[in-house]
Design a protein around this ligand. Sequence first.
Ligand code: UDP
Ligand code: MG
Length: 313
Amino acid sequence: MQLSLVIPLLNEEESLKELHGWIVDVMQANRFSYEMIFIDDGSTDKSWQTIQELSQSNEFVKGIRFQKNFGKSQALHAGFNTAQGDVVITMDADLQDNPEEIPELYQLITQENFDIVSGWKKKRYDSILAKNLPSKLFNWAARKTSGLKLHDFNCGLKAYKNEVVKAVDVTGDMHRYIPVLAKNAGFDNIGEKIVKHQARKYGRTKFGMSRFIIGFLDLATIWFISKFGRAPMHLFGALGVFMFFIGFVFAVYLGVDKLFINKTGRLITNRPQFYISLTAMIIGTQLFLAGFLGEILIRNRKKEARYTIIDEF
Ligand code: UDP
Ligand code: MG
């Protein structure tokens, strides 16, 4: 199979038939062998019913239905798990991403040997205040911390080699950073392609301004994970030793001063150095322990699913 299309959706009943028709046209025109995997992320409208109907007329349609809304990242994760095509393409279900980009994305992966090709909505059709400005800032920060030179991290339209999607573990809201996760997993041939973008035709956006706050927090996490995720002790141990050392120096100073220099002097507990020494040593020990706990967690972690599927075909 050449292509797996992974399409996460939440309450997109009006768009699904049109999207399906459009994709089928593109697939037939290019004679692709494909599967179209819809992941219903807890829709409360008729989305799941529509997907079932579509699968009746098209055997290449597959569906996964979540018990409740687990978020776009989990939906992608579930789709990635079952995807069998050599190239995996993710796209939004709201008709904002254009299926006609698929053949070229496929070419870039198979001919030019990219691990990932990320879409770049150079001309966007979203509201200016809610998106374009914060999104520039967001992408800039993501570029700075990840070292990946992408213009549009959050684009839903992306193409991957199959082994890439099997290697990344999309947790939290990390769908924005799959290229970064892939880079951390050792896939660094990451390209970008300008893609056509449409205004939302039906329904409404599922992410408000909160996406930027969550996005930045996730960015901080991903920066930390990529730097110290495999060895938390390297960070916490170093900081812990450093803090403890500061505390220890002050303690030695106080001791020497009390015993040999200033024998009749003030009570040690009345001196500021005492408190600096105390807190620094306690914090140092805590940091060191945090490092140990982190290492233990890493060694015990299983890759476990964080969603519940209630129906699948
Ligand atoms: N989506 C999802 N689960 C969610 C939120 C969104 O599967 O919890 C889907 C949504 O149905 C759409 C895609 O993710 O297919 C992108 O969402 P949306 O169009 O709302 O985002 P925007 O285009 O505003 O960035
Ligand atoms: Mg959209």
